[in-house]
Design a protein around this ligand. Structure first.
Ligand SMILES: [Zn+2]
Length: 458
């Protein structure tokens, strides 16, 4: 078999791996490069392989850095089948449409600014996304095996990362020899709410992510306590809490914790909570449709007749006018809005209205890539640029890292020990120094850290 690497190699976004085996060409993920605007150009570059030759895409999960270049793949001639779990199929539709909408709006804005100098085309449009949705074929449950071709099967195994996320196991019979190749996708952080813990199968060859291969997370409970205390302190100062959050997974987790805290009395029962993100609202609806993907605790909440993501003071705002209305609230509210890295979306309005007040707080609950507004604020910027204005940063800034949806070093090691990977372990989806450090912890297992665009014959 031959593997080639077209993204997330010695870096953390743009996951895309091509596997040639038994006469098939398969892709596991086709994600977008994310971070600063300079990566737009990288996304627009040729994929590095002939898209029309790809037989199937096995999609691990719906995060943009794993599915975001699917429209480009289809535009480049891919006519095969996209295979994934049912929640991944639904969430990918939401994620891609959101990404296309942002690209369309950005292109329209740039075109207006350039005046007569020529229109700018978006990377892809919502029409292109429609073409992707037509390529979705079989949906698979966890641990189900499906045939891809002569002697080749695939199965999806719970990765515990976001709803429906999976590691993909390919089994191939080649020259009378059976081999198992496991591609991790993103590996979840154990002990988080809603989802079950990752459960990798055994494999000879393992390709795995190493995003947090160099660090240990604080316990989830310590992070929940920090969140609740930060909100409580802000309410006592009569300020607002702004939580920039990824619409997918992190927002549902935060709602889950807020529901628990309002039920237990740690926060006021009728605490006004605004979920100001049409995409997050749609995502909550998908979550509600797939309780069979929840862990035991979340199912117990449902069995008790409660909504895991609901509370009396929660208002979900889809409409723009309702969103603008939130800007008039001087204090006492929790506002959850995207985007998580503050590169776009409604959160930028809420930051503009709240960053300048020392009674308010901004709580970062997720990863912030270099070059993003979130990272600038986290790194202590005293002023930031918003809507052409210099906005002073006077609000209390909290960064809570323990909510990570990614496994930390010891969890990655445990995952690897369970999966095996004794024939070869391939490290991807991590910054270079992190991967090298992680590799040194794997003992005598042969390790590869492929360069982007390189090939590996096994
Ligand atoms: Zn992910």
């Amino acid at each position: 078999m031959k593997l080639s690497f077209h993204g997330a190699d010695r870096d953390v976004t743009g996951s895309c791996h091509r596997i040639e085996l038994a006469g098939l060409q398969l892709l596991v993920d086709c994600g977008m490069f994310q971070g600063g605007r300079e990566l737009d150009a990288e996304n627009a570059e040729p994929l590095g392989f002939n898209a029309s030759r790809i037989d199937a895409v096995l999609l691990t999960h719906a995060h943009l850095d794993h599915c975001g270049r699917l429209p480009l793949l289809v535009k480049a001639g891919f006519r095969g089948e996209i295979i994934c779990t049912a929640p991944t199929a639904e969430l990918t539709r939401i994620v891609l449409n959101d990404s296309a909408r942002i690209a369309e709006e950005d292109a329209a804005r740039t075109s207006r600014r350039r005046g007569g100098a020529g229109a700018v085309k978006p990377l892809y449009t919502r029409e292109d996304v429609e073409d992707v949705l037509k390529r979705f074929g079989r949906v698979v449950g966890y641990n189900e095996s499906i045939a891809l071709g002569e002697g080749v099967t695939a199965s999806f195994h719970d990765a515990g990362h976001i709803l429906g996320s999976a590691s993909v196991l390919l089994q191939v019979e080649e020259g009378g020899r059976r081999r198992r190749l496991l591609l991790s996708g993103d590996i979840g952080n154990r002990g988080r709410p809603i989802l079950r813990d990752p459960a990798p199968p055994k494999a000879d060859i393992v390709l795995m992510e190493t995003t947090y291969g160099d660090r240990q997370h604080r316990s989830v409970q310590a992070s929940v306590d920090e969140l609740i205390e930060a909100i409580d302190a802000t309410l006592k100062r009569h300020g607002n809490v702004v939580i920039p959050s990824f619409a997918l997974e992190r927002t549902q987790e935060i709602l889950y914790y807020l529901r628990e805290a309002t039920e237990s009395g740690r926060l006021p029962r009728n605490l006004p909570v605004f979920l100001d993100s049409p995409m997050a609202v749609s995502t909550v609806e998908v979550y509600r449709r797939y309780p069979e993907f929840f862990d035991e605790n979340a199912r117990a909440v449902l069995a008790n007749g409660s909504d895991p993501f609901g509370m009396p003071g929660l208002r979900m705002t889809r409409e723009h006018e309702d969103s603008m209305g939130i800007n008039r609230i001087e204090g006492g509210a929790v506002i959850i809005a995207g985007s998580g890295m503050c590169t776009g979306g409604r959160v930028r309005h809420h930051l503009r209205h709240n960053l300048g007040h020392d009674r308010s707080a901004v709580i970062f609950v997720g990863f912030a890539a270099r070059g993003t507004l979130a990272r600038q604020i986290i790194d202590g910027a005293r002023y930031v640029q918003l809507f052409g204005e210099q906005v002073p940063v006077r609000a209390h800034i909290h960064t809570i890292n323990g909510f990570s949806a990614h496994a930390d070093q010891s969890e990655l090691l445990a995952w690897h020990a369970a999966a095996g990977g004794r024939e070869r372990t391939i490290l991807v989806h991590g910054e270079e120094s992190v991967m090298a450090g992680f590799a040194s912890l794997l003992g005598d297992v042969p390790v590869s850290m492929p360069e982007p665009g390189s090939e590996l014959v096994l």
